[in-house]
Design a protein around this ligand. Structure first.
Ligand SMILES: Cc1ncc(COP(=O)(O)O)c(C=O)c1O
Length: 397
């Protein structure tokens, strides 16, 4: 019988996943090697077509990574120097970094403390503070695999004539309250195939998808040096193509994606129930109001689909290091997504934001901890995580 001390739980166990698909993956990798077609070609075209189908959009354009996907979308929408783009301050760096890479300026907004998603009230406040017409687009992020409030974001975009690029890097297959696949509601959806994503390649990869043919054509051109036809350049594009080996692997993996996301959802329910029965809540304020100092994520609202790229719990900031150390001592992986808001990053110091500018995001950055949620977790591993978290947070009270 295993004891708690035998059980190790990495934050993500890609070897466990690979063991379940090795027999499917190896032949397709060999096929690509035999073909010696590594850039573009039939595997990339097949993946784009499969992704378009999965995402319920007519056009999908593979590219080198999820950061470039945002750059390609911005380029295709004509956003560049002198333009401002609203992004949440609590997200992976690329959401803002890609805006800067096209010469535009990120303008930050706070998050809804209940969901971690960009807060529409904050977006409106930001718009009111900017010169009329300066802001050209919003990039809402579907953080951790949960949909942001797309109805509110799209209403603001309509009112202010803004483009919307949905950063769905962490959210392939996520649906909002109306059952819409995220990425398909704004002008462009962008995705990442970084290995830790629910659909991860064996290296970097990314995708942009859209309902609009003209935008798709521009993204296709931009990903290949702005070239069409060969050696004739309309624009200065990128070299940001998806390679055939990644496409071949992803074509195998996409057929497992729904089952894997369902596994993550089941694990999330298991954690939700175990933590709730010990007194944890999903309330955005309860951490500091007595009771068990542990907050669990809000489950998807009725009609929506959360794919749990991450399961993020929260503890009071002064205790977070203690929790992470206890997890590490118990051989349990954890991570902080994200320890520093983007408006406070050194590279954005010139933008002039002050500490306290976005209180909900700043507080989240001090309190969040992601714990293992991958679908291959065993019952023993989940029990070990739950017991370790609960034992530790009970010690904080
Ligand atoms: C929210 C978000 N946006 C963009 C990206 C960028 O994706 P990539 O790492 O493939 O460039 C990521 C990846 O971590 C992400 O989480």
């Amino acid at each position: 019988m295993s004891t708690a001390t035998d059980v190790t739980v990495p934050l993500l166990d890609l070897k466990a996943q690979y063991a379940t698909i090795r027999d499917e993956v190896e032949p397709v990798v060999r096929e690509v090697l035999e073909s010696q077609i590594f850039i573009g070609g039939p595997k990339v075209a097949a993946l784009e077509s499969r992704c378009a189908d999965y995402l319920r959009m007519p056009h999908a354009v593979g590219c080198s990574n999820g950061s470039d996907a945002i750059i390609l979308a911005l380029d295709a929408l004509g956003i560049g120097p002198g333009d401002e783009v609203i992004v949440p301050t609590f997200t992976f760096f690329s959401t803002a970094g890609s805006v800067s890479r096209v010469g535009a300026t990120p303008v930050f907004a706070d998050i809804d403390p209940a969901t971690y998603q960009i807060d529409p009230v904050s977006i409106r406040a930001v718009l009111d503070s900017r010169p009329k017409g300066a802001v050209k687009a919003i990039i809402p992020v579907h953080l951790f695999g949960q949909a942001c409030d797309l109805d509110a974001v799209m209403a603001i975009a309509r009112d202010h004539d803004l483009k919307v690029i949905e950063d769905a890097a962490q959210a392939i297959g996520t649906e909002d309250v109306h059952g819409r696949r995220v990425g398909s509601v704004g002008d462009v959806g962008t995705y990442s195939f970084f290995p830790s994503k629910n659909l991860g390649g064996f290296g970097d990869g990314g995708l942009c998808a859209t309902n609009h043919e003209e935008i798709a054509e521009r993204m296709l051109r931009f990903r290949n040096h702005g070239m069409k036809p060969k050696y004739f350049h309309h624009d200065v594009g990128l070299n940001s193509r998806l390679d055939a080996l990644q496409a071949a692997v992803l074509l195998v993996k996409i057929e497992h994606l729904d089952a894997w996301s369902a596994g993550r959802q089941a694990n999330a329910r298991h954690y939700d129930e175990a933590f709730a029965s010990a007194g944890a809540t999903t309330s955005a304020v309860s951490l500091h109001e007595g009771g068990l100092p542990l907050r669990t994520p809000q489950p998807a609202p009725e009609g929506a689909r959360h794919i749990y790229n991450q399961y993020v719990i929260r503890v009071p900031a002064e205790h977070r290091d203690t929790l992470r150390k206890a997890l590490a001592d118990a051989s349990i992986g954890s991570e902080i997504y994200y320890p520093k808001c983007l408006h406070q990053q050194d590279c954005y110091r010139d933008l002039g934001y002050e500490a306290g500018a976005f209180p909900h995001a700043e507080r989240a950055a001090g309190e969040v901890v992601a714990i293992p949620i991958y679908p291959d977790l065993t019952e023993a591993q989940k029990a070990h995580v739950v017991n370790t978290v609960l034992e530790t947070v009970r010690g904080f009270a």
